[in-house]
Design a protein around this ligand. Sequence first.
Ligand code: JHZ
Length: 417
Amino acid sequence: MSAKEVVKIKKCRICDSVDLVEVIDLGSQPIPNGFLLKENLKVKEKTYPLHVSFCNNCSLMQLTYVVTPKIMFDNYLYIPSASKTRLAHFKSIAEEVRSIAKLTEKSLVIDIGSNDGSLLTAFKNLGVRTLGIDPAENLVKVAELSGIETVLGYFDSKLAKKVVRKYGKARAISATNVIAHIPNLHEVLSGANILLEDYGIFLMQFPYSLDLLKKNLFDTIYHEHLSYFSVKSLLVLAEKSNLEIFDIEKNELDGGSLKVYWKKKSNTKQKTNLAGIDKILKEEEKYGLHTIDAYKDFSKRVEKLKTQTINKLKALKKSKKHIVGYGAAAKANVLLNYFGIDSKTIDYIVDSTPYKQGLYTPGSHIAIYSEDKIYETKPDYVLIFAWNFSREIMEKNKKYKNDGGKFIVVVPEVQVI
Ligand code: JHZ
């Protein structure tokens, strides 16, 4: 492991406190989207520590070791358009932002971490101007092919200035499942401040740390996700910027996410939902999210889940059952690598993402096929790794179930359906 590829944090990324305590250790793992070509299976894979620290000052849960973004994102295999549920959610986000930001056909909407352009396509369908920003060269090409103009790069205030010079300011900025991936959060907010019109809005969405802890969503902890936000930590972040949070909403996507709405501090027209924000903050306090014990308890529950899962799978293998996986998600790789499960237990994994098919999972080396493979080999059990889309996956595969197949989901608890 080269020194430049991974750096141990010395202070909290939000409040600079050095009072950080390590609370979770998921070992050393390959990067979660580091899928492998068959010819590379014999090459020793690089692994990076996957440890989590808790900031005793602002309560931000964060990775102790940060892998250089270039290694993870310059070529990226995850696309949001692989799920209908996510696309439907994007449509609702676009409609909501249109209404709050009062978008017209002249308005510019900029999406940070725009990936294959899925969210911007929903905005474009509403008749507004769009621009994507993303560091993955392969995905920028995909987005451009579907008509979404995209700037290649990692978002910061320097890039924001460049974008303003060429395209003007944005009426709305969106950033779904990307803020947790960015090392310098203060840079994101100062970049957004540069990019936003005076009365514009900035919407962030990411998985919520309260749901992560409550529902044992340990497999969403991986190298790409540097921060696991609580509302308390977000409010500390806001204090240090020129932007202000005017509303926070919870939703059920990805096991439980937060939508956080920002505006310029100078914008007094947009009212702030103080009561709503305070209500969520109180729920955090009630759960103990700002205390270290909640994280230590979580860590113990994950160990229990590991034993239960391994025992269940061992018992099935002993009775000669065929088990395959559904969804070669990043989180699938965390679960497989942390639980030590490989192709001896899981015959193969199916995934609808064309870029993942034909490759092998990092660490566990399980082959990935298209979804119809389960109808060819008719396995006894299908373990749904993409538990956030269980409903969509089961709905789509009613035939497998009707023909006698069984689904297994192990997060938040081991269940056979
Ligand atoms: P999915 C990604 O994590 C990465 P992952 C990222 N870091 C992030 O923050 C989270 O998203 C939120 C497949 N699938 O979306 C597609 C089917 O095959 O939960 C995906 O590979 N058939 C940006 O990778 C995987 O499952 C289907 O019918 O954990 C789901 O991955 C459906 C619905 C999905 O994200």
